[in-house]
Design a protein around this ligand. Structure first.
Ligand code: UD1
Ligand code: CA
Length: 469
């Protein structure tokens, strides 16, 4: 039995995002450093061991659910639907069914708070356990607290939260604000939610009203973890979205630099939080690294590269403006500049792929080279193969894709077309400009060139003819 469950509120529309066109999306799907906003709190909930995590969806429920389930495939994630958004308390009520059978502490997070740290949630869970419940929360001190719920204390003890719109002038002067992050005992939670009423300025069921109920539980002393605003700040509009992204970028980049990664210009380096970099990786300016990318030590990533879901082993040099997606690159390879490695590319040790070389579903063996202007798709290429400039695998016949096989030690002359399916046997040579349509036997030479014709003095004769002499 799990000792912590979580509810993440993702049902709101996010009116201030102004995302109402046919291309519009719910606030929690707007991206921060390549991941939707709500992926951050959900990931943090899993990181502190919550199981299950219930995402409450409402606005654009299908899209939010589809995106989130894909991101957290295989994790104990559940969904609850809040069809009509009647407030944060109502949203948590909607998660009741998804948590049936669970009893214990419930971590509650809002889906629009991306900078939250795992350490703060651990401190909150710890504070909750020490207090004996039924509720602990995160607060934050703000010089300009307009809009936030204020934490009302009596003799130092937390008594209740009053929303900005309901607060008196004295209460509005309070600088301690509700960050919207709580741990609440499940039995107390669903009992207390049942007692909420919408008697407030917004006519909503406020989750925050639970604090007053908790403070009245006999002997309860509500514990608070005070966190920095840099961590609890939410996203309400696109300016805040960009600001949070900048903060997150700085935090992630600082972590990598502390761990021994060189970032030539951290302000233009975008590394998603899921990316792993070994010490002594060097990253040039304007580089983006996404998804499940893992990069080994000594790898250099040149300016302007975009690398997604790829693995690059030790000592490889990825020169500027190369694009890699779902590729595996061995040790000591040289890639680019301007190379494009598409999904299913697998390179062994010491492979060289130069400028304007595109690969897709291509497995390339040790030390093989394609240094200039090639397309290698659906290709099985052995070790020590030399692919000349301009070589193209003609892998598509308009209906199906076909395989090209180049065995070990093959030499492909420049400007060759390999019309798949086709195999060039071990050690064979293909002359420049050949259109290979039939399998080439090992150790042979293949040519498909029209013989060269030379006409001596042709230019002069032509000129005379034109002049009519
Ligand atoms: C809330 C808190 C406030 C706190 C602030 C911190 C309440 C009543 N107020 O205010 O005390 O200082 O957050 O950022 O909780 N949502 C739903 N369903 C709903 C309403 C909201 O899922 O019916 C979700 C939203 O998608 C969002 C989150 O809950 O992710 C917070 O809602 P929002 O309307 O932004 O609350 P605030 O007014 O910011
Ligand atoms: Ca908010």
């Amino acid at each position: 039995m799990s000792t912590l469950a979580a509810v993440v509120l993702c049902a709101g529309k996010g009116t201030r995002m102004k995302s109402d066109t046919a291309f519009g999306k719910a606030k929690v799907l707007h991206e921060v450093l390549g991941r939707p906003l709500c992926a951050y709190p959900i990931a943090r909930a899993f990181a502190v061991g919550a199981s299950p995590v219930v995402a409450v969806v409402g606005h654009q429920a299908e899209q939010v659910q589809a995106t989130v389930s894909q991101l957290f495939e295989g994790q104990p994630l559940r969904f609850a639907v809040q069809a009509e958004q009647k407030g944060t308390g109502h949203a948590v009520q909607c998660a009741g069914d998804a948590l049936r059978g669970y009893s214990g502490p419930v971590l509650i997070l809002y889906g629009d708070v991306p900078l939250l740290r795992e350490e703060t949630l651990q401190a909150l869970v710890q504070a909750y356990r020490e207090s004996g419940g039924p509720l602990a929360l995160v607060t934050t001190l703000l010089d300009n607290p307009t809009g936030y719920g204020r934490v009302v204390r009596e003799q130092g003890h937390v008594k209740r939260i009053v929303e900005h719109k309901d607060a008196t002038p004295e209460e509005r002067a309070i600088k301690e604000c509700n960050a919207g992050i709580y741990v609440v005992d499940s039995a107390f939670l669903f009992d207390a939610l049942g007692r909420l009423t919408p008697q407030n300025a917004q006519g909503e069921l406020y989750l925050t009203d639970l604090v007053e109920q908790a403070a009245k539980v006999a002997g309860a002393k509500i514990k608070v973890v005070v966190a920095d605003h840099a961590e609890t700040a939410g996203v309400n509009d696109r300016a805040e979205l960009a600001a949070r992204a900048k903060e997150l970028q700085a935090r992630i980049n600082a972590r990598h630099m502390r761990n021994g990664v060189t970032l030539r210009d951290p302000s233009t380096t975008f590394i998603e939080e899921t990316v792993e970099l070994a010490p002594d990786v060097e990253v040039g300016p304007f580089v983006s690294l996404h998804g499940r990318t893992r990069i080994g030590s000594g790898v250099r990533i040149g300016q302007g590269c975009v690398i997604t879901d790829s693995v690059i082993l030790e000592g490889t040099d990825v020169k500027p403006y190369s694009i890699l997606e779902d590729a595996e690159v061995g040790t000591g390879c040289a890639i680019g500049p301007f190379a494009r490695l598409r999904p299913g590319t697998k390179l062994a040790e010491g492979v060289h792929l130069g400028n304007f070389v595109e690969t897709k579903k291509a497995r390339i063996g040790k030390g093989s080279k394609a240094n200039h202007l090639s397309y290698l798709g659906d290709a099985e290429i052995g070790a020590g193969v030399n692919v000349g400039a301009g070589t193209i695998t003609c892998n598509y016949d308009g209906v199906n894709k076909h395989q090209t096989t180049l065995e070990d030690g093959v030499f492909i002359g420049s400007d060759t077309q390999l019309v798949a399916p086709v195999t060039v046997g071990k050690g064979a040579y293909v002359g420049a400009g050949t259109t290979v349509t039939e399998d080439v036997p090992p150790m042979s030479l293949t040519l498909s060139r029209a013989p060269q014709v030379i006409k001596e003095g042709w230019v002069e004769k032509k000129a005379k003819k034109r002049a009519g002499t």
